[in-house]
Write a protein that binds this ligand. Structure first.
Ligand SMILES: [Zn+2]
Length: 307
């Protein structure tokens, strides 16, 4: 990934996406934000007890860092599922009601970001230009997608639950069904995520991936059951007193994308472990859940002339 710094914030970008000047994107570190301990930095989540004003300021700062503070910003009420929202022309007015720009102003500037999204999902796809898609995370995998052939972008979020439900593959399927994207044309980036170095899980998690157990709510789609089982990468680390089961979210999501038809050279894995680098990124695990959420943002530029 490529590190960028802008006005005090620091964010990382996929090298793979640099060839597309029509794309704007970044996964943000915690540096440069207004929040104080234990969320110190660029926390964009209102689901913890950080001050609402800090969260709004941080959201605006992130958009400003990318130079897209005038873009409306769409996000979702993340529920660790595999449902995919399509942001398209027809339901635009409905999305608009989620926007706070009429209600929330900071220093006389409009803040265009959904504060309390109503729609529950963990992935959004769109081909609209001039709209920022955003997801926040702290260990879960931020997943960014672009099909330059069809001009479609997508953003998704997958922790172990979303990964076990096939979120990556569900996003690719939605791009295909809604916009006619072909998987071999899609580029994907897997952003800063807790690594297998730090991500201990229970045996029950492995049994869910293997299909030996069912989720109590929102079961994984039958369509993805085999793909989820075949994609899963677990490892066992022998410690002094016990053995520790680890889930590799990087490789598991990468495998899901390959099984969904993406080309290996079209997938970039950040390789950044949020837990190992908790001084730079929020980590739910490494900070015992008392932490913030950093944003990953993706947009197609509003004005861009294609050759
Ligand atoms: Zn680690």
């Amino acid at each position: 990934m490529i590190e960028q710094e802008q006005g005090g914030t620091r964010y990382v970008q996929f090298a793979l996406f640099q060839q597309f000047p029509e794309l704007v994107h970044g996964s943000f570190t915690r540096h440069g934000g207004y929040s104080v301990s234990p969320h110190s930095g660029l926390n964009v989540s209102v689901s913890n007890d950080d001050s609402f004003e800090n969260v709004l300021r941080n959201r605006l700062l992130a958009l400003e860092s990318l130079g897209i503070e005038t873009y409306p910003c769409a996000t979702a009420w993340m529920v660790h599922g595999a449902d995919v929202l399509t942001l398209d022309g027809d339901d635009w007015d409905d999305w608009r009601t989620d926007w706070p720009h009429r209600s929330y102003m900071i220093d006389d500037r409009e803040l265009l970001w959904t504060t309390r999204p109503r729609r529950k999902a963990d992935a959004i796809i769109t081909r609209r230009r001039g709209v920022a898609l955003a997801m926040s995370s702290a260990d879960c995998a931020p997943l960014l997608f672009y099909d330059p052939t069809r001009g479609v972008i997508a953003i998704a979020h997958a922790g172990w639950r979303g990964t076990a439900r096939g979120t990556s593959a569900a996003t690719i399927n939605a791009m295909r069904e809604q916009f006619g994207c072909q998987p071999e044309h899609i580029y994907a980036g897997i952003g800063p995520t807790i690594g297998a170095c730090c991500y201990e899980v229970t045996e029950e998690v492995r049994r869910l991936f293997r299909g030996e157990r069912e989720f109590e709510a929102m079961p994984a789609g039958e369509d993805y059951r085999n793909l989820v089982r075949d994609s899963a990468v677990f490892s066992v680390v022998e410690l002094a007193k016990c053995s520790s089961l680890r889930l590799n979210l990087w490789e598991t999501n990468r495998n899901q994308l390959l099984l969904a038809g993406l080309m290996p050279e079209h997938i970039e894995v950040s390789g950044i472990c949020t837990s190992c680098q908790k001084e730079h990124f929020y980590s739910y695990r490494a900070e015992n859940s008392k932490t913030g959420r950093f944003p990953s943002i993706l947009a197609l530029r509003r004005e861009f002339e294609t050759q």
